[in-house]
Design a protein around this ligand. Structure first.
Ligand SMILES: O=C(O)[C@H](O)[C@@H](O)[C@H](O)[C@H](O)CO
Ligand SMILES: [Zn+2]
Length: 299
C-alpha cells in the first residue's frame, strides 16, 4: 500500500466549493464557490488565487478549446473570459423554473458541456424535489435535454472507452450508468452501479481514474470512495478532516494528485471550530493511481 497524505493546500473558506478542474497549461486548479458566486483559480506553483465574481450562483467551470473557460451560472451556460472577467451567455435552460439553478457540470470526450439543474436549496439537500433536468451544450451552442424529474443533479463522468456515462442524482443515493454514444451524445439504458451505504451519506461530485474506477465525494460523509463500476463494489475509502466533501478531480504532475473541494454552509459554530479547514481545498497524494486530463468544451 502506498502512504496516503492529505493536506489542506488552500484555506479558502468556500461556502460551497465545487467543480475542481485541473488546468495543465497553468499548473492551476479551477473551482467554484456556488453561493458566493465566484470562480477561482489556484496556481499550484505560486500558491496565489485569482477570483472572478459573477452575478448568480456558479455551479461548475470547465476548460474551453478557444481559450478561457465555460461555466454554468444560474440557469445559463456561459463563456468566461478570464483576462477581462467578462461573461457571455451561450444558452439558457429551465426558463419556466425561476427557482432553479444549474449544479454540477463537466465536458464529455467530444467537447460537449453536460450539466444538470436543481431547485435552489433552502438548506443543504433541502429543496423542492423533482425540479431538475440534465442537459448538454453542444459545440454549436444547441442544448439537448436528456431527462427531467431530477432532485440534485450532481457528479458525472465518462468511461475510458467513452461508451458509458456515469451520473449521480444525489437524493437517489446511488451512482448510475447509461450507455453512451459519443458520436451523437445520446444516452440510454439507465442502471444503478452503486448504492451508498448509510455512513457514506450523500453522493456528490465524481471523477474517473486512469484504471476506469470512479471516485465519489460523499457530502456529509467526510470522505471520497473509490468504486469499481463493473462489479459495483467499493474498493477504497479515503477519509478527510471535513464532513462536507463535495467533489474531486485528479491534477498535478501526470494527474497523480487528487484535489477535493468541500463546503462550510450548513455547519454550526461548533462544527466550524472542530473543522477549521471546512471550505478549503484538499490535496491527496500517495493514492497510487492517476487520473486523466479533463476535456475542453469545443464550442
Ligand atoms: O455541491 C452541490 O452539488 C450542491 O450544490 C450542494 O448544495 C450540496 O452538495 C448538496 O446539498 C448535497 O447534496
Ligand atoms: Zn455537487
Amino acid at each position: 500500500m502506498s502512504s496516503i497524505k492529505i493536506e489542506c493546500v488552500l484555506r479558502e473558506n468556500c461556502r460551497c466549493g465545487e467543480s475542481p478542474v485541473w488546468e495543465e497549461a497553468s499548473n492551476s486548479l479551477l473551482f467554484v464557490d456556488i453561493p458566493a458566486k465566484k470562480v477561482c483559480r489556484w496556481d499550484s506553483l505560486s500558491k496565489q488565487v485569482q477570483r472572478v465574481a459573477v452575478d448568480a450562483p456558479v455551479s461548475s467551470v470547465a476548460l474551453r478549446q478557444l481559450g478561457g473557460y465555460v461555466a454554468t451560472i444560474g440557469t445559463k451556460f456561459c463563456a468566461l473570459n478570464w483576462e477581462d472577467q467578462s461573461v457571455f451567455v451561450l444558452a439558457m435552460v429551465d426558463k419556466d423554473k425561476t427557482n432553479n439553478r444549474f449544479n454540477d457540470g463537466k465536458v464529455d470526450p467530444a467537447g460537449r458541456y453536460f450539466a444538470g439543474t436543481m431547485a435552489e436549496e433552502i438548506a443543504p439537500a433541502v429543496l423542492e424535489r423533482h425540479q431538475g433536468s440534465l442537459y448538454s451544450l453542444f459545440p454549436d451552442h444547441n442544448v439537448k435535454k436528456y431527462f427531467d424529474q431530477v432532485d440534485i443533479s450532481n457528479g458525472l463522468d465518462w468511461s475510458l472507452d467513452h461508451k458509458i456515462f456515469y451520473y449521480i442524482d444525489s437524493l437517489s443515493y446511488s451512482v448510475d450508468a447509461f450507455d453512451y454514444d459519443l458520436q451523437t451524445g445520446q444516452i440510454a439504458n439507465r442502471r444503478i452501479v452503486y448504492k451508498m451505504e448509510k455512513d457514506e451519506q450523500i453522493p456528490d461530485g465524481m471523477c474517473i481514474d486512469a484504471e476506469g474506477k470512479l471516485w465519489v465525494a460523499c457530502y456529509n460523509g467526510g470522505r471520497v470512495i473509490r468504486l469499481d463500476p463493473e462489479t459495483g463494489k467499493r474498493l477504497q475509502t479515503v477519509k478527510l478532516p471535513v464532513d462536507k466533501t463535495t467533489s474531486c478531480c485528479f491534477g498535478g504532475k501526470d494527474y497523480s494528485e487528487m484535489y477535493v473541494t468541500c463546503a462550510r454552509d450548513g455547519m454550526d459554530a461548533e462544527g466550524l471550530l472542530r473543522q477549521p479547514d471546512a471550505g478549503g481545498i484538499f490535496k491527496i497524494t500517495g493514492l497510487g493511481v492517476k487520473g486523466i486530463a479533463p476535456y475542453s468544451y469545443a464550442g
